[in-house]
Design a protein around this ligand. Sequence first.
Ligand SMILES: [Zn+2]
Length: 194
Amino acid sequence: MKRRFFNVLATLSFALFLFTIAAWCWSFHRGQFIFHTSWQPAPRLWMTIGIGFERGVFCLGEERFRISPNQDVDEFLSDSKPGWHFTSFEPRKSSDDCGWCWTVFSTHRPGVGSLAGNEVSHSVAIRCWALAVVLSILPAVWLRTAHGQRRLALQGRCIACGYDLRATPDRCPECGAAVTPTAAAPPRAVGCPP
Ligand SMILES: [Zn+2]
């Protein structure tokens, strides 16, 4: 059960790893951003959460504006209506500018400067290569474990404890683990002389 959980996590991590590599490459060609905006009339709060890639940087952020009564809300809502949005844009020229992709999104809206005092925003930006390294840890551990188990099985040893199973091919006398047919008698490679 524990093992299966680990396999699922490792597979998920590997899928995200591949996605990150693809997004990393693509992010130099086009910036991509998915975000959700919502409007709360009572405290006059305009909120956005988003996730995206731009020029080798992965970013995740949220932004809130408290709009004062004399400010025009339509100005905000006309630019991006409440709901989910996807935007694809020309990435910045230099990766040095792209630590905070959130500002790229913000500059798409006019009037942000005049509301600077009412803005609360939080964002996290991480280099895609760093994210790829983190996401590769679990798949690497999985690969190493699988390789070790395969080596033990080919040597006719228990994959759980490494005990020599040549005398007891059905069950490990040391740890009690049931032995799979491959572990007890590894099939010969096709074309191998007898
Ligand atoms: Zn064993």
